[in-house]
Design a protein around this ligand. Structure first.
Ligand SMILES: [Zn+2]
Length: 179
């Protein structure tokens, strides 16, 4: 049996299957059922290219600091609610999203915290990380190739970046759910 934590770059990740609105709402692990039921879903769900969603991320247009990440991890769909920091970094500095590892102006990256699941979460425990402020990391691994990778085969670079994104999302979701 292959340990899930030691995937190599050449390995193909399992395909992302399309999710329905109900499946997305059911997937949330760190917010109340009521919140999951009423949160605003992405507008373009039907037109989404699911093959390109290692992580489906979006900000809540009705609750400006809130955002959501949904990913398929080890055959399970897991959604988490995250909250952006109220202060943002300066656009004159450069910051790196720790999920898609794209360097951007500081104001395009935000510190997000996620309430942990279970007892830890009830005690107010959170996990934080720096993520693209719009949470659209899946788009960015395809659209923004770092200059030092620009002389390589673009398809190969995108496949690698997508696989790495999937692994980092998996790690972040794991830290939210760690007992
Ligand atoms: Zn990102």
């Amino acid at each position: 049996m292959i340990s899930a934590g030691t995937r190599t770059a050449g390995e193909k990740a399992p395909p992302v299957t399309p999710l329905t609105e109900a499946e997305i709402r059911r997937s949330f692990v760190n917010c109340s059922r009521g919140e999951a039921k009423t949160l605003t879903l992405p507008k373009d769900l039907d037109g989404l290219d699911w093959a390109e969603q290692e992580v489906l991320g979006w900000r809540d247009p009705k609750a400006p600091l809130r955002g959501y990440l949904v990913a398929q991890v080890d055959g399970e769909t897991v959604g988490i609610a995250v909250r952006a920091a109220e202060s943002s970094m300066s656009g004159r500095t450069t910051a790196m999203c720790l999920l898609c590892q794209t360097a951007q102006p500081g104001d395009a990256v935000s510190l997000f915290t996620a309430r942990r699941t279970g007892e830890a979460g009830r005690n107010g425990n959170t996990v934080g990380t720096y993520i693209c402020a719009d949470l659209r990391c899946s788009t960015r691994v395809r659209a923004e190739i770092p200059p030092w990778l620009s002389d390589r085969d673009p398809d190969e670079v995108v496949a690698e970046r997508a696989l790495e994104l999937r692994e980092r999302v998996r790690g972040f979701l794991g830290s939210v759910r760690r007992p």
